[in-house]
Structure formats: structure tokens, C-alpha cells
Design a protein around this ligand. Structure first.
Ligand code: NAI
Length: 462
């Protein structure tokens, strides 16, 4: 058996693991990274964030060209979709991103190993697969991410009853797609296939979509998605789903079974800890199987660390990245920190939904008195020029200190606009700070400015 020695071995080359490896190398550590998939980049780059955004972009442009350009006085006739080309473009984007990570590894002299990592001790990891090697390391970072959460009764066949991975590559538009779960994946991929012509039915167990997000914002989103033709069945318990002939059938409690061409299971994700052998080492996990860590991402076993989707917190790529970097910085310099109050969440539908900090519902449940400023995009000159006037910005600030507690945006480019709110909150800004900040005209960011003014009842354009 071959052997190698490093200061740090990272298990997992996704958005948690690969930036951690790069930062560790920048800080002078020798670093090896074990990844079992052929490409680096993890779920996010290969079968998550990046390919879904490629398809969201393409499908949105299709709808815009077909339905919206005529309002601009632009005539386009016979608009149609070439699915094969759309998918090929997506694949090419994924490849350029994964190759980018390869390049960064080479640049930072990080050795990549192909195979599955298995902990033999707190200083030894076995890589099993294309590369078979025993790696000795002073520190081990587990960044193995997550995998699709199963639902009892739902029999995935990866053809007709599928996960998000397969739903990124349907080679034709399904006539009827049933989505189980009105969360991030259900709404994004449901939107893609709806735009391309599928009938889409979203089944949600709860009485609302996007649980955990600001209720008022999610309710507005729900109405807009319904207008786009997405059909929602809330309070719906799925009992079973299986492939059936050319399509699939979904059984729901108290209702008739639903037939569809494709069924997408999107009820969340579960931490990927299988095969790591952490039980043998006594690494503690919580009741949901997530690895327990302290504020420096250390597990209870000295020298073994964990970040990203395998630990608690929102399962978001950028959260994993922040944690990976903070973890290695703390290891090397003694300092490293993640501010969990300022992690944005974005749903890349049209319009986008972006949120940071506390929801209004959560604030209502606390004794904190708050003030609220709202500004609709229908009153934004720039949004009118774009023809995208749905949605609004909502800012919640402490009634006594005026510190910004939460910002919730639904509207055009909400995912980019939220960055200003995140930065403001990171600096502990008040709503007055945002209100006193000059925002360029005419930009969408003026809606944030106006919402901040509205906290004090002095918005100008509403
Ligand atoms: P999710 O947690 O966002 O949503 C799951 C939905 O399924 C929830 O609405 C939940 O109430 C519902 N659900 C749960 N059990 C159900 C049942 N038995 N029947 C019907 N509905 C049920 O999970 P999702 O959409 O699968 O995404 C997985 C993870 O990936 C999320 O944690 C999300 O943060 C992440 N993600 C992030 C994206 C982004 O940042 N834009 C895009 C896609 C995924």
C-alpha cells in the first residue's frame, strides 16, 4: 500500500472542502484532498447550484423571448427550444467550473486523490478507489456534504422517479412533472420545466411553501408562482411514489393518486457520513446524524474537523465555504469565525427570493420590538424599465437601537441585491445607515434605500 503524509487531508472536494484546501495551502500547510467523483466541485458545481442556474438562465431567456420581448417592440417569431443544446451548454459550463477547481489545486500545489476516504485513526485516512493510498495527516477535515433525503414509500428508479441530479438532464420536456417538496430545489427545478412547457404540480406537506423563510415574502412568492402556472397542493402527505409503465404514480393521503411522466423528490438532504468509519473512532453525531463540532469546527476527536452539510446549519454552498475557510484559519492562526446571523439564502426563481437575518415571524415570537420598512419594485423606475416590477424589499430593524435584524427581498436580481444588506448587517449597521447611504439612480438598489427610509416612515417614492 502506498503512503503519503500531509499537514491536512480534506475529505470532499465540494464548495466546503476545496476552498478550505486552497486556504490551508495559502497558509503554508501541505494539503491532500480525497474526492470520489471524477470531477472536483461537489454537488454544487457538478449537479447542484451551477447546472441548475445554467438551466434557470436558459429557460428564463426562452420565456422572456417568447412572452416579453414584444412589449419592447421587438418581434421574434416561432420561438422554440432545443433541449439537447440547452443541456450541452449546461454541461459545458459545469466542465469549465470543475476544470477551474483542478487548475486552482495545481496552482496551490494541492494533491488530489480519487477515491472514498475512510478514517483509520485520528491521523490516518485510507483512500479507496482509483487511487489506493494510506494518508497520514496531522489534521483531517471532513467535508463530505449531503445526499438526497429519502421519503418512506417513494421508490426512486432514477428514470421516472428521480432526484435533482436526474431532473437536471431530462432529455425532453415532461408533459407532467410532479415535485414532492416546495423548497429550494422543488421551486427552482419546477420553474425550469414549467417554463419549458411542462405541467408542474408541487406537493407540499406543510400549509405553506418555503418553510423557514419569511412568511409574508413566501406568500407573495406563492402567488407569483401560481400566476406562472405552477400548481401547488399544500397540506399534502405523499404516501408512495413509484415508476409505472412510461411514467410514475404518486399516492397521497385522502386524495386520488396522481399520474405523471416524472416525479422529482425534493424534501431536503441528509448528511453524507456513510463509509467514513467515524463510528469506530467515536466521532459524535447529533440526533439527525450530523457531526457535532465546536465553534472551531473540531469534533470530539482531536485533530478531526468537520464543516458544511455534514454539520448543523443551513445546507448552503456559501455557508460551507465560510466554514471551511474559518476552520483552517483557526487551525493555523488561532482565529477564524463564521457569523451565522448574516448568511444569505437565495431561491433563484423569477423573481428571485433573497433573505438574510431574522424573519418577521421569528421576531414576532420574541419580545424584541421592531420597525418595518417596505418598498415595492412597482415603484422603482429601473424595475419598470426592465419590465420586472413584481416583488418588494422588506427591512426589519430593532425599534430601539435601529440595528438591522433582517432583510427579505423578492424581486428582480434579489440574489445580488441582498449582498448590500449582508454587508450592512456584518458591520452592525442601522436602517438609518442604509438610509443615509447614497444609492445610484436608476438602479434596483434604490429599492433597498427606499425600504430603509420607510423604516422611519420617510420613503420618497411611495
Ligand atoms: P428544502 O428543505 O429546501 O425543502 C424541502 C421541502 O419539502 C420543504 O418545503 C418541506 O416542508 C417539504 N417536505 C418535507 N417532507 C415532505 C413530505 N413528506 N411531503 C411533501 N413535502 C415535504 O429541501 P430541498 O428543496 O430538497 O433542497 C435541499 C437542500 O439544498 C436545501 O437545504 C437547500 O438549502 C439546498 N439548496 C439550495 C439552493 C440555493 O441555495 N438556491 C438550491 C437548491 C438546493
Amino acid at each position: 500500500m502506498k503512503t503519503a503524509t500531509y499537514d491536512l487531508v480534506v475529505i470532499g472536494g465540494g464548495p466546503g472542502g476545496y476552498p478550505a484546501a486552497i486556504r490551508a495551502a495559502q497558509l503554508g500547510l501541505s494539503v491532500g484532498c480525497i474526492e470520489r467523483e471524477s470531477a472536483l466541485g461537489g454537488t454544487c458545481v457538478r449537479v447542484g447550484c451551477i447546472p441548475s442556474k445554467a438551466l434557470l438562465e436558459s429557460s428564463e431567456r426562452f420565456v422572456e423571448t417568447r412572452d416579453e420581448l414584444s412589449a419592447h417592440g421587438i418581434r421574434v417569431e416561432n420561438v422554440s427550444v432545443d433541449i439537447a443544446k440547452m443541456l450541452a451548454r449546461k454541461t459545458q459550463i459545469v466542465e469549465s467550473n470543475t476544470k477551474g477547481v483542478d487548475f486552482l489545486f495545481k496552482k496551490n500545489k494541492i494533491k488530489r486523490y480519487r477515491g472514498s476516504g475512510k478514517l483509520l485513526s485520528s491521523t490516518k485516512v485510507l483512500c479507496e478507489g482509483e487511487d489506493n493510498i494510506e494518508i497520514e495527516a496531522k489534521n483531517i477535515l471532513i467535508a463530505t456534504g449531503s445526499t438526497v433525503a429519502m421519503l418512506p414509500g417513494v421508490e426512486l428508479d432514477y428514470q421516472n422517479v428521480v432526484t435533482s441530479t436526474e431532473a437536471l438532464s431530462f432529455d425532453q420536456v415532461p408533459q407532467h412533472l410532479v415535485v414532492i417538496g416546495a423548497g429550494y430545489i422543488g421551486l427552482e427545478l419546477g420553474s425550469v420545466w414549467r417554463r419549458l412547457g411542462a405541467k408542474v404540480t408541487v406537493l407540499e406537506y406543510l400549509d405553506r411553501i418555503l418553510p423557514g423563510m419569511d412568511f409574508e415574502t413566501a406568500t407573495e412568492a406563492h402567488k407569483l408562482f401560481q400566476k406562472q402556472g405552477l400548481e401547488f397542493k399544500l397540506n399534502t402527505k405523499v404516501l408512495a411514489a413509484r415508476s409505472d409503465g412510461d411514467g410514475a404514480v404518486v399516492e397521497i393521503e385522502g386524495g386520488e393518486a396522481i399520474r405523471a411522466d416524472k416525479v422529482l423528490l425534493a424534501v431536503g438532504r441528509a448528511p453524507n457520513t456513510q463509509g467514513l468509519n467515524i463510528e469506530a473512532l467515536g466521532v459524535q453525531v447529533d440526533e439527525r446524524g450530523r457531526i457535532k463540532v465546536d465553534d472551531g469546527f473540531a469534533t470530539n476527536v482531536p485533530g478531526v474537523f468537520a464543516i458544511g452539510d455534514v454539520i448543523a446549519g443551513p445546507m448552503l454552498a456559501h455557508k460551507a465555504t465560510e466554514e471551511g475557510i474559518a476552520c483552517v484559519e483557526k487551525l493555523v492562526t488561532g482565529y477564524g469565525h463564521v457569523n451565522y446571523n448574516t448568511i444569505p439564502g437565495i431561491v433563484y426563481t423569477a423573481p428571485e427570493i433573497a433573505t438574510v437575518g431574522q424573519t418577521e415571524d421569528a421576531l414576532k415570537a420574541t419580545p424584541t420590538a421592531y420597525r418595518k420598512g417596505v418598498f415595492p419594485f412597482s415603484a422603482s423606475g429601473r424595475a419598470r424599465c426592465m419590465g420586472h416590477t413584481d416583488g418588494r424589499v422588506k427591512i426589519l430593524a430593532d425599534a430601539i437601537t435601529d440595528r438591522i435584524l433582517g432583510v427579505h427581498i423578492i424581486g428582480p436580481r434579489a440574489g445580488d441585491l441582498i449582498a448590500e444588506a449582508v454587508a450592512a448587517m456584518e458591520f452592525g449597521a442601522s436602517s438609518e445607515d442604509l438610509a443615509r447611504t447614497c444609492h445610484a439612480h436608476p438602479t434596483l438598489s434604490e429599492a433597498i434605500h427606499e425600504a430603509a427610509l420607510a423604516v422611519d416612515g420617510r420613503a420618497i417614492h411611495i
